[in-house]
Design a binder for this molecule. Structure first.
Ligand SMILES: NC(=O)c1ccc[n+]([C@@H]2O[C@H](COP(=O)([O-])OP(=O)(O)OC[C@H]3O[C@@H](n4cnc5c(N)ncnc54)[C@H](OP(=O)(O)O)[C@@H]3O)[C@@H](O)[C@H]2O)c1
Length: 358
């Protein structure tokens, strides 16, 4: 991708239609700055150029902007991992997408994230938006889906039958506890578990206000108050003969503070503990627990990695994958991004923050 010289512009200025506006972070901790650049071009045969119509905010965006997570070079950061929009150009080798397609994608932040009007992304990280879905709903999907997928394939090391050339061998847990069921990643993991293991007992924790969504919409077998003092015994009692669960997926780092949660394991099971990297220290686990820390950047380690967004496109077409969490549109354009980041810094509960771009 090619970016020519940048110039900082005020929000009052009218931007030419042939220019791109990037919402740049010049250095760690600084504010977003709208910056006019040339529209990026597709230089690789596998590139897709997307005009952004909606951008979802992730906790990772704040961590990248405020603390430099993922940032390895000294150049300006273009944050934003999630987005949806319209295809403007495709590389010579792209066959699945054409100009005008409505798509959603995971973007390569911090080098060329979705916090801009136009962005280039590898075709394997793009999927077609269902015609009946809004750009805002579609923008909320990619990162939480991909991270949830890794919680199954890398965290639990289980087969994922709906991914072409995906993992086919491994543990098939009969019960899984998802810590953080009302988070975007947790709500996605619950759906993928149900698809991969239709008869698995799926239990999840959240604040009680989200239990209805977890049970009625996402189909967990039982939801538990994440702050209850009887959480561990309640979880055990929900399993056959109160044996406990075979695996735990912890997407919110709950195990760092809730040490007794490992007592929820069936002592005779594989005791797989899948932990999403949240930016904090890795959770230490008791002897006998098999812990795997992973992040979305580990995707290439998953077999079938190049097909994962295509798989999501198929699941959406077949109505097998739902919007994990309700979407809250927080605003438009630059002001919307600033507001979304500020809301995310204070924490969200059971919803996905999305910004509309024009
Ligand atoms: N390393 C990576 O590649 C990667 C990728 C994606 C996400 N992540 C990380 O994974 C985490 C989750 O991401 P996300 O987008 O899913 O977050 P999110 O939707 O913003 O998470 C908010 C939710 O976390 C829940 N929560 C917080 N502490 C909890 C606890 N102790 N037990 C149960 N639930 C708890 C809250 O539940 P209630 O409101 O119901 O209380 C809230 O609904 C973040 O730290 C994010 O940075 C990392």
């Amino acid at each position: 991708m090619l970016l020519t010289e940048r110039c900082i512009i005020s929000s009052e200025q009218q931007f030419s239609i042939i220019m791109n506006t990037q919402y740049i972070v010049a250095e760690k901790g600084s504010a977003l700055t709208p910056t006019a650049t040339a529209i990026p071009i597709t230089t690789s045969p596998t590139d897709v150029l997307i005009r952004l119509k909606a951008i979802a905010i992730n906790p990772a965006d704040c961590k990248m902007i405020d603390h430099g997570h993922r940032v390895t070079s000294s150049g300006p950061v273009v944050a934003g991992l999630d987005g949806a929009g319209v295809v403007e150009a495709v590389g010579t080798g792209v066959t699945r997408f054409s100009v005008g397609d409505e798509v959603f994608a995971q973007f390569p932040a911090p080098e060329g994230g979705s916090f801009q009007d136009f962005a280039v992304v590898h075709e394997s990280m793009v999927a077609k938006k269902p015609a009946t879905w809004s750009f805002e709903d579609a923008a909320s999907l990619p990162v939480c889906y991909l991270t949830a997928l890794l919680s199954l394939g890398i965290g639990i090391k289980m087969p994922i039958p709906f991914i072409k050339d995906g993992p086919t061998f491994g543990l098939k847990p009969s019960s899984v506890l998802v810590l953080g069921g009302s988070s975007a990643v947790g709500a996605s993991a619950i759906q993928l578990l149900r698809l991969a293991l239709p008869t698995c007992l799926i239990l999840a924790t959240s604040s009680p206000t989200h239990h209805g969504h977890l049970v009625d919409t996402l189909g967990v077998d039982a939801a538990f108050d994440r702050s209850s003092s009887s959480l561990v015994s309640d979880v055990r009692q929900a399993t056959p003969c109160s044996r406990g669960v075979d695996a735990i997926i912890d997407v919110v780092g709950a195990g760092r503070t809730q040490k007794d949660i490992f007592d929820a394991f069936d002592s005779a099971s594989a005791k797989r503990y899948a932990q999403v990297w949240t930016g904090d220290a890795e959770t230490e686990v008791p002897d006998g627990v098999e812990s795997t820390l992973f992040r979305v950047r580990d995707l290439p380690q998953l077999s079938g990695a190049r097909d994962v967004l295509w798989a999501l496109e198929r699941l959406l077409e077949e109505g097998k994958y739902k919007l994990p969490l309700p979407v809250r549109i927080v605003g438009r354009g630059f002001q919307g991004l600033e507001k979304g980041l500020e809301l995310m810094r204070h924490g969200v509960s059971g919803e996905k923050l999305v910004v509309t771009m024009d």
